[in-house]
Design a binder for this molecule. Structure first.
Ligand code: GDP
Length: 420
């Protein structure tokens, strides 16, 4: 395959710690700006009597977008020799959380920016918390504005130690800490001579070493059943393979009913041609050796890589409904092809997605809140932890016929674990 690999990175951090400057720098230093953008921005700054800022480059993208040119400010692209990158620059926390939980954005790694001079601030901590909530594990702490502290190693280590303790408590173990000056371009593309003590390399060198998630087809097989059709005397199980690879002859498990059988035939739904193998992203129609009664919502997997089976799990929910999400009320939960009645049995914690402040949940979860909850479903369902497999680890909640919230599964208590 000569398709270039793409990695999605989100940049977060306290306001004014240099997110836009860093993104502008990365675009500039990798020659990824639209033609003339830099001159235009310099000209504009001059006219307004301001000095040039790399951060203004992002505004230039925004302007282009307004003129109908298709650049999405929230998804900026650039390339190194090795691969392509998409930088996710959400306009606010709310949008970022909503996009991540709904699957509209998918951050594989995160840059958490800290100002070397100001140090770790309230929002730096809250952003750390959000990353842990979303299960983003590849976190890099970028210590910016090193020029303001005379490129002092001592200062860098102090910030690193302070932040590390906090992040470790959230179960975040940053892969690396990188000192830079986004404004002066120090340690961006190549190691900075101002910081000979830095052993990590430049930000771009480190980016190119971030391991890419395994391809979806190499992950555990998940084929949620969409429908079962009867043709002649055969039953054809139809669905879309969400992850993994399926072969004729494979022994498979059907969850949560726990039946095992063998794959007899596979046809791609699109052209009905028979095939021996199919993988993630394909809609297929299969037949199996033992024709049990299978139904929509069940999930096919390999026996050794089964999904979790439970009727109680912990989740992080983003609420969009006008009516509060409350405890002990019946809602409909949709997870891949499964629809089931559910209720919130415990609300553990609530965060206002715009300010990231902790909220009061005596009245339930209000619009634009993010909450850590425990959910109980009326019957056993099967799913995955979002951080392992996204498509079967994500769900929506329906209230009065409207999709009113999205959630990701963070896990189940050990005592609730029911893998068979
Ligand atoms: P954001 O709010 O996180 O996007 O922050 P900006 O990128 O807009 O930067 C805020 C201010 O910090 C701007 O005035 C930048 O010029 C300044 N700034 C950003 N990076 C650096 C840096 O590396 N060194 C210094 N001295 N100033 C910086």
């Amino acid at each position: 395959k000569d398709i270039r690999e793409t990695l999605n990175i989100v940049v977060v951090g306290h306001v004014d710690h240099g997110k836009s400057t860093l993104i502008g720098r990365l675009l500039y230093d990798t020659d990824s700006l639209p033609e003339g953008a830099i001159d235009k921005v310099k000209q504009l700054a001059k006219e307004k009597g301001k000095s040039f800022e790399y951060a203004y480059l992002l505004d230039a993208f925004e302007e282009e977008q307004e003129q109908g040119i298709t650049i999405d400010t929230t998804q900026l692209q650039f390339a190194t020799d090795k691969r392509d990158y998409v930088i996710i620059d959400a306009p606010g926390h709310k949008e970022f959380l909503k996009n991540m939980i709904s699957g509209a954005a998918n951050a594989e790694a995160a840059f958490l920016l800290v100002d070397a001079n100001e140090g770790v601030q309230e929002q730096s901590r809250r952003h750390g918390y959000i990353l842990s909530l979303l299960g983003v594990k590849k976190v890099y702490v970028i210590v910016n504005k090193m020029d303001l502290v005379d490129y002092s190693e001592e200062r860098f280590i102090k910030i690193k130690d302070e932040f590390e303790t906090f992040l470790n408590n959230l179960n975040i173990y940053p892969i690396d800490y990188i000192p830079i000056s986004a404004y002066f371009g120090e340690n961006i593309t190549k190691s900075s001579s101002e910081m000979p003590w830095n052993r990590s390399g430049s930000i771009i060198e480190i980016m190119d070493t971030i391991p890419k998630e395994k391809d979806l087809e190499k992950k555990p097989l998940r084929l949620p059943i969409q429908d079962v059709y009867k043709f002649d005397d055969r039953r054809i199980i139809a669905g879309r393979i969400e992850s993994g690879t399926l072969n004729v002859g494979d022994e498979i498990l059907i969850s949560p009913t726990n039946k095992t059988t063998k794959i007899k035939s596979i046809a791609y739904w699109a052209d009905r041609d028979k095939n021996d193998t199919a993988s993630a992203g394909m809609s297929v129609g299969i037949t199996v050796e033992d024709e049990f009664f299978n139904k929509r919502g069940e999930i096919l997997s390999h026996i050794e890589d089964a999904p979790i089976k439970s009727n109680i799990f912990n989740a992080n929910v983003f609420w969009m409904g006008n009516k509060h999400l409350i405890k002990n009320k019946k809602y409909k939960l949709k997870l891949s092809t499964k629809e089931v009645e559910c209720e919130i049995i415990t609300i553990h914690k609530i965060i206002d997605a715009s300010t990231l402040a902790q909220g009061d949940f005596s009245q339930g979860i209000k619009k634009n809140d993010v909450a850590e909850v425990t959910i109980k479903t009326k019957e056993m369902i099967c799913f995955d932890e979002f951080s392992n497999l996204q498509t079967t680890g994500r769900f929506v909640i329906v209230d009065d016929m409207n999709v009113s919230g999205g959630g990701i599964i963070s896990g189940i208590e050990d005592s609730l674990q029911n893998r068979e």
